[in-house]
Design a protein around this ligand. Structure first.
Ligand SMILES: [Zn+2]
Ligand SMILES: [Zn+2]
Length: 321
């Protein structure tokens, strides 16, 4: 939350304004820490990892938890997620105890979003999660899970039949390969999947969570998509990927430009998407800075068309609607 101030153009105008900005950002961060819910009620988002493929030591792979009525629902399985969940648990979020991590939703199968999947399957099992993981994802999820189980077959055998005496069933994954639409509902949440546009991926998804009268929409990885606008439509929180430095301004198009414009959303494009989607709060993560641009410039780009609040999420941020 400490980057919230970069969303205000005034921050970049003069040093004194920057100091004021830092003051408020610090207050905000403190308020956020104090706001870490200890109650099991309500809904909030815990950012377990906010990074992208580049191995930034300060950002784990993309993964977040929607916590509703004391239950955690994981979205995406970036590297580091179980340890990050344990760090959040240590800060008082009981829903993120290792043995409670039993339901997850994948937006797509890119490695940066799934490197933590073996971790999510096996670590909670080894730490005595009593039930199998329920996993929702696009076509191909089942094959990925089957291959992970094959890769760790000897480990599974030794843990069950060796001196650890692990339970036999809880490493298994109950996979649901899903199509867009309402794909999950329980007493705490309703989850709706929608298609997004992620380059040449046949199926990439975003998710909308409705819980406790609040709506949280996660874009997944996507270039600008009307489906994100429609899924949000005035939602409480829109969580969207972004990159900055989309154009050299010379008209020259590099192979990198072709990739980014097909697979991802530039800051300027995100401003336009958010202006149409009208979230009460826009949270950006999975941020890729290109061409020596930085977070401040990225948020300024968004604010050219979106005039609402923008937060750049950091690992272990907790954000409530
Ligand atoms: Zn991707
Ligand atoms: Zn990604």
């Amino acid at each position: 939350m400490k980057n919230k101030c970069v969303g205000h153009a005034v921050c970049s105008l003069m040093a004194i304004a920057a100091m004021i900005c830092i003051f408020f950002a610090t207050r905000r961060a403190r308020a956020q820490e104090e706001k870490v819910p200890t109650s099991v009620h309500g809904v909030f988002v815990v950012f377990l990892g906010t990074g992208m493929p580049r191995p930034d030591p300060g950002r784990q792979g993309p993964s977040l938890a929607i916590v509703a009525n004391g239950k955690a629902y994981i979205v995406d399985a970036g590297v580091g997620l179980v340890r990050q969940a344990t760090a959040a648990y240590a800060r008082g979020i009981k829903a993120l105890h290792t043995d409670q991590l039993d339901i997850a939703f994948l937006t797509h199968l890119h490695s940066d979003h799934t490197l933590g999947l073996p971790d999510l399957i096996f670590t909670p099992w080894v730490m005595h999660r009593p039930v199998p993981l329920r996993l929702y994802g696009p076509e191909g999820t089942e094959a990925m899970v089957n291959n992970i189980e094959k890769a760790w077959a000897e480990d599974i055998d030794i843990r069950i039949h060796g001196l650890e005496h692990n339970t036999t069933g809880a490493y298994k994954v109950v996979v649901h390969e899903i199509q867009p639409g309402m794909i999950y509902q329980d007493a705490n949440v309703t989850v709706t999947a929608f298609p997004v546009l992620h380059g040449s991926w046949k199926e990439a998804l975003g998710y909308r969570f409705d819980a406790d009268g609040k709506s949280i929409v996660i874009s997944g990885d996507t270039r600008p998509a009307q489906s994100v606008v429609d899924a949000c439509n005035g939602c409480d929180i829109l969580i969207h990927e972004v990159y900055s430095g989309g154009s050299r301004g010379s008209g020259e198009v590099t192979p990198g430009d072709a990739y980014f414009s097909s697979f991802h959303t530039s800051a300027g494009e995100l401003g336009e998407i958010a202006a149409k989607a009208k979230p009460k709060l826009l949270v950006v993560w999975h941020y890729v800075p290109r061409r020596n641009t930085d977070q401040t410039k990225m948020v300024e780009e968004i604010h050219k068309t979106f005039h609402g609040t923008v937060v750049v999420a950091n690992d272990l941020d907790v954000i409530s609607p």
